[in-house]
Design a protein. Structure first.
Length: 120
């Protein structure tokens, strides 16, 4: 079964789709446990955080975390979320986008919301 990335955009919370893009979707299986599951990988869009001089920073790497989300069609769903880290070209100091706007009661799982709110 092939799940189209565009169709998945309607499944996940709007806030997630506004700031992240789906880069891969895989249907995987654990033969030993006889379980099939989906893995959806999201990367933060390459948009520099507000209030930051874009000419002074470059996108350098990602901080990644995998969380389990609600099942789809009876199969487990694991989301790998890759937050972008921006590095100052001269000092090497790194920053990332502030997701503290995510309110309690959002459609995110608690673990995902906590990860997005983290500051590094």
């Amino acid at each position: 079964m092939n799940i189209e990335k565009e169709a998945l955009g309607y499944v996940f919370p709007l806030e997630l789709m506004e700031h992240f893009e789906i880069v891969s979707v895989q249907e995987l299986g654990n033969v030993k446990a006889k379980e099939d599951y989906y893995e959806v990988v999201f990367e933060e869009k390459p948009i520099i955080p507000e209030g930051v001089n874009a000419s002074e920073y470059e996108s350098k790497d990602f901080v990644s975390k995998t969380v389990q989300d609600f099942p789809i069609r009876g199969r487990a769903v694991f989301l790998e979320i890759k937050r972008r880290r921006w590095r100052h070209k001269e000092t090497g100091a790194s920053i990332n986008r502030d997701f503290s706007f995510l309110a309690e009661g959002s459609k995110f799982t608690k673990e995902l919301a906590d990860f997005l709110k983290e500051r590094s």
